[in-house]
Design a protein. Structure first.
Length: 234
């Protein structure tokens, strides 16, 4: 059974990471001229507007999954005007990139905090690594530093997962929404019609579900290796 404290920590990190992701989508849309998400309150790090929009994906499913399996599964979305996206495909593509960009930024913040902790003698490289263990506390394994090491570890890992997952260029993920930045203008209408087909999105979800582990863990080990030069994991 999942430890209650760990379950709360996982859910809290999930909520913050997903809220920042969706708020970044909403802010990018606002800056690009679409106020749909802004008017819905999504340009905010307050999770409540995002929970109200997707109560199952932000509350029910992640809580159930973290209790049953030890880590959260969920989803959220920021609304946008499809006519705006059709008129401004490049702006819509930047909106798509903004979400995973926020997650990458949070990975870098977590990495910086780990390096500061290592430099201060509070954290050190672990003997083995995983989603829950990117760094460990020096000394007391049950003290405040150990709790901070655990929080930083799951914050780092979850944001890296959200970044990599959403950058896969398959619908309905953000990577597919970003492709108009590099596609020829003449292909955009056909591409937009393709990615909006429900069956294409379903196939994308199935493919990603089967591939994400093969993508995530090598990238996780590589990223942790950058945190601790000279140490190899995986």
């Amino acid at each position: 059974m999942t430890d209650p404290i760990e379950a709360i920590a996982f859910y809290a990190v999930f909520v913050f990471a997903v809220t920042a992701h969706e708020a970044s989508h909403a802010l990018a849309a606002k800056l690009g001229g679409d106020l749909t998400a802004y008017n819905g309150g999504q340009v905010s790090l307050d999770p409540l507007p995002h929970m109200k929009r997707e109560p199952f994906g932000m509350v029910i499913l992640p809580i159930l999954s973290v209790v049953l399996w030890g880590w959260p599964i969920g989803y959220a979305s920021a609304p946008y005007d499809p006519l705006w996206a059709e008129r401004h495909p490049k702006r819509a593509a930047w909106m798509a990139l903004a979400g995973p960009g926020a997650n990458l930024g949070m990975v870098l913040v977590a990495a910086l905090l780990v390096r500061i902790g290592v430099g201060a003698g509070v954290f050190e490289a672990p003997a083995s690594v995983g989603f829950r263990q990117i760094t460990v506390a020096v000394g007391d394994p049950s003290g405040l530093a150990a709790g901070m090491a655990f929080l930083l570890s799951i914050f780092f890992s979850m944001n890296l997962l959200l970044f990599l997952l959403n950058m896969i260029p398959l619908p309905p993920l953000d990577g597919a929404g970003a492709l108009p930045l590099i596609l020829p203008e003449g292909w955009l209408t056909a591409y937009r019609n393709l990615v909006h087909q429900p069956m294409v999105g379903l196939i994308g979800i199935i493919v990603v579900w089967n591939l994400i582990g093969e993508i995530f863990f090598p990238c996780l080990f590589f990223a942790i290796g950058l945190l601790y030069p000279g140490i190899r994991y995986g």
